[in-house]
Design a protein around this ligand. Structure first.
Ligand SMILES: Nc1nc2c(c(=O)[nH]1)N[C@H]1C(S)=C(S)[C@@H](COP(=O)(O)OP(=O)(O)OC[C@H]3O[C@@H](n4cnc5c(N)ncnc54)[C@H](O)[C@@H]3O)O[C@H]1N2
Ligand code: MOO
Ligand SMILES: [Mg+2]
Length: 407
């Protein structure tokens, strides 16, 4: 994919573990010690030495007692027992644990004994050193997002400071004289700027930082000024609107004035046929459509993979999965279509149905969609129950395959 030629990887920074949630690891993690670190008891009970003969019914003298975190100095001999709690280190000499429920406790002659009700074998009821992980074991790759489970590993291996990727800062400029600020009342011929907030949300979901949503009227000098300022203060620039062929579509002229290298300004897909991507001094400028659905699709297909690569993901693309169509599409279109859809899990089958009005200008379908139904351009029609490719919009695992590889 042409845009991916300009991908860059973000640099490392260290954050306190408390602030690491949702961040992307800049280094792979490996175990620097065994887990468990010592043989320990998985139960509350008694550590004993297994005998050739049955221990069941034999009195064993209680010589010590230890809770988790304590270590017994005693070297346990046959005929003895040490009361032990879950998580405590198995005492020297002991080779198995019998659960509290499986013994009778007896006091006799001022001494305390246990009388096992069952037999236990050597090694029984012990969590052995390294049984879960050996020192040096690879845990997770760089580019892995810090989830509660990953955070538990970070804590286990003492990462008070976590090496994460510095998030890319993304400037967002919404262009359009018709755009109202969110606080403004509706006025004739005007609309509220929904794309700015939508892109902000997409940027956050992708793991990046939205720098600022600014709005500009369709005036060359105003947009140019904002674009130039954004190029200084951010890593990536996303604009919405003004990329088509109308009198007030000024982005093409802006790229020219900046001397930017336009990678493409048209793509055979719908929505989003006007999606434009340019590059200036290694920074990418995404010129997304003003039409909400087209803007959304342009971001997911082109901007998101760049952000994910920055965050060290080796699977920067959204995963595709096949699903059975719930409705037919008779009209062929020369462009590849990305229809907003929703998965339905039905009797072990993944089906997909369309949501909302299938137009570039729709905004409501975006709130209801959890996938994009991919209908390749060409002559073929698509029938109900046909297996087709979809792009999962909520995927966090990622894929190595861009949508262009959709069959
Ligand atoms: N003669 C032609 N006209 C158009 C073509 C074409 O090929 N020839 N392409 C059409 C296609 S396809 C699309 S998509 C749009 C793309 O338009 P722009 O990217 O230039 O965007 P605008 O003209 O600025 O706005 C389009 C539409 O979107 C609304 N909009 C704009 N910004 C926002 C925002 N921040 N939040 C919500 N909605 C926004 C705007 O009011 C317009 O209705 O061009 C077609 N025309
Ligand atoms: O550029 Mo568009 O194809 O209607 O979204
Ligand atoms: Mg336009």
């Amino acid at each position: 994919m042409q845009v991916m030629t300009y991908k860059t990887k973000g640099v490392i920074e260290y954050v306190n573990i408390e602030e690491s949630d949702g961040r992307y690891l800049a280094e792979p993690l490996a175990a620097d010690h065994d887990i468990p670190l010592f043989d320990r008891s998985p139960y509350d009970g008694f550590a004993i030495k297994a005998s050739e003969n049955d221990v069941s019914g034999v009195n064993l003298l209680i010589v010590d007692e230890i809770g988790a975190g304590e270590v017994s100095p005693h070297i346990l001999q046959e005929g003895e027992a040490i009361r032990i709690m879950t998580g405590a280190q198995i005492p020297n000499g002991a080779d198995c644990v019998i659960m509290l429920e499986d013994v009778e406790e007896i006091t006799s002659g001022g001494y305390r004994f246990i009388k096992p009700k069952i037999n236990v074998k050597k090694g029984e009821n012990i969590s052995f050193r390294g049984e879960e992980l050996k020192s040096g074991h690879h845990l997770v790759d760089n580019g892995t997002v810090v989830t509660p489970g990953v955070k538990a590993l970070l804590a286990t291996f003492g990462y008070a400071k976590v090496p994460v990727v510095r998030k890319p800062v993304v400037s967002i400029i919404a262009t359009g004289t018709e755009l109202l600020d969110i606080h403004e009342p509706i006025q004739p011929g005007k609309i509220r700027n929904s794309n700015g907030y939508m892109i902000e949300s997409q940027v956050i979901k992708a793991g990046a930082i939205p720098y600022r949503i600014s709005v500009s009227e369709d005036r060359l000098e105003t947009i140019l000024e904002k674009v130039e300022e954004s190029l200084v203060s951010s890593d990536i620039l996303i604009t919405t609107g003004g990329v088509s062929v109308g009198d007030y579509d000024l982005l093409p002229e802006i790229y020219e004035k900046l001397g930017a290298n336009v990678l493409f300004n048209k793509i055979a897909m719908r929505p989003g046929s006007v999606t434009t991507v340019a590059e200036l001094n290694g920074k990418l400028l995404f010129g997304l459509s003003g039409n909400p659905s087209a803007c959304f699709v342009g971001f997911e297909l082109f901007a998101r993979p760049i952000l994910r690569h920055w965050l060290h993901s080796d699977k920067p693309f959204l995963q595709q999965r096949q699903a059975y169509l719930c409705s037919s599409f008779e009209k062929p279109n020369t462009f590849t279509r990305f229809i907003r859809g929703r998965y339905i899990y039905d009797d072990g089958k993944i089906k997909v149905s369309t949501v909302g009005l299938d137009k570039s200008s729709t905004v409501s379908s975006l709130a209801w969609a959890d996938c994009l139904i991919c209908l390749p351009g060409g002559d073929s029609s698509f029938k109900v129950d046909e297996l087709i490719d979809t792009i999962d919009l909520n995927d966090q695992i990622g894929s190595v395959h861009p949508w262009t590889e959709v069959k």
